[in-house]
Ligand binder design. Structure first.
Ligand SMILES: Nc1ncnc2c1ncn2[C@@H]1O[C@H](COP(=O)(O)OP(=O)(O)O)[C@@H](O)[C@H]1O
Ligand SMILES: [Mg+2]
Length: 227
């Protein structure tokens, strides 16, 4: 099942994508899967590292998909001892590395930010998730300070249900939280991942397309060009 295009001659816009948020259940694993799939569908050689030992969601997802007869378009490995070493080694073999850092260990997200090209932090528009934005940002920002190459880091909204006022309400809250210079404290992408059965039912399967993650990655690529 599935057909992948030839490996492009052009290098990808970025190689190391770290997905994290310091809280469980914010669609990190789903996002890591779709971001890995995005690059794989373009023909790149992709590794997804499952760094959440408690849930091992990506590992299970790949296993289920293979049992169902899919050819996984990218490889999934469970994190070995050290995240930075694992990513560094992977870059010798893969074009793109996507890491699901899980929600339970801020140290992993911090370490990820030290080596990332891109850090993406998904949250749903609800108070309980927005509460964790400052802590997540501090974790990423302190890691990013040690990143010699510079990093694009941004939050994005998942499970946005526009039949409700929640996405707009929480976007305004986040965007209006300004520092002393009047700049927004927390970078928030315009692209949103809608609430949808498509994403729920994707688990354990390999969809032929990436839904709203296409717009998300295109916005990130624009951010990389501007950086
Ligand atoms: N866009 C979406 N719309 C609806 N449900 C979603 C969406 N993205 C993820 N989910 C669901 O949210 C739950 C948590 O997602 P998951 O990726 O496992 O989060 P995390 O890895 O952060 O714990 C799962 O049941 C998943 O199917
Ligand atoms: Mg997870």
């Amino acid at each position: 099942m599935g057909h992948l295009p030839r490996r492009p001659r052009r290098p990808p816009a970025a190689r190391v994508f770290i997905i994290g948020f310091v809280k469980g259940g914010t669609a990190k694993s789903t996002s890591a899967f779709f971001i890995a799939l995005y690059w794989a569908l373009l023909g790149y050689k992709v590794l997804a590292i499952d760094a959440d030992p408690k849930s091992q969601m990506l590992r299970q997802w790949a296993k289920k998909a293979r049992e169902r007869g899919y050819t996984m378009p990218f490889k999934v490995e469970v994190l070995d001892v050290d995240l930075r070493d694992h990513v560094k080694e992977a870059l010798e073999d893969y074009d793109v590395v996507v890491v699901d850092t899980g929600g339970g260990d801020p140290a992993l997200l911090h370490d990820g930010a030290t080596i990332a090209d891109v850090v993406l932090m998904p949250f749903a528009p609800s108070e309980g998730e927005v509460w964790r934005i400052p802590g997540t940002w501090t974790t990423v920002a302190t890691g990013a300070e040690q990143n010699p190459n510079g990093v694009v880091a941004a939050f994005f909204m998942v499970r946005a249900d526009h039949r409700t006022r929640l996405p707009r309400k929480w976007r305004e809250e986040v965007e209006n939280d300004k520092d002393e210079n009047g700049d927004p404290k927390y970078p928030l992408l315009q692209a949103e991942i809608n609430q949808g059965v498509f994403y729920i039912e994707a688990i354990g399967h390999v969809p032929a397309e990436v839904g709203d993650y296409d717009d998300l990655m295109k916005e990130v690529i624009e951010e990389l060009k501007a950086a």
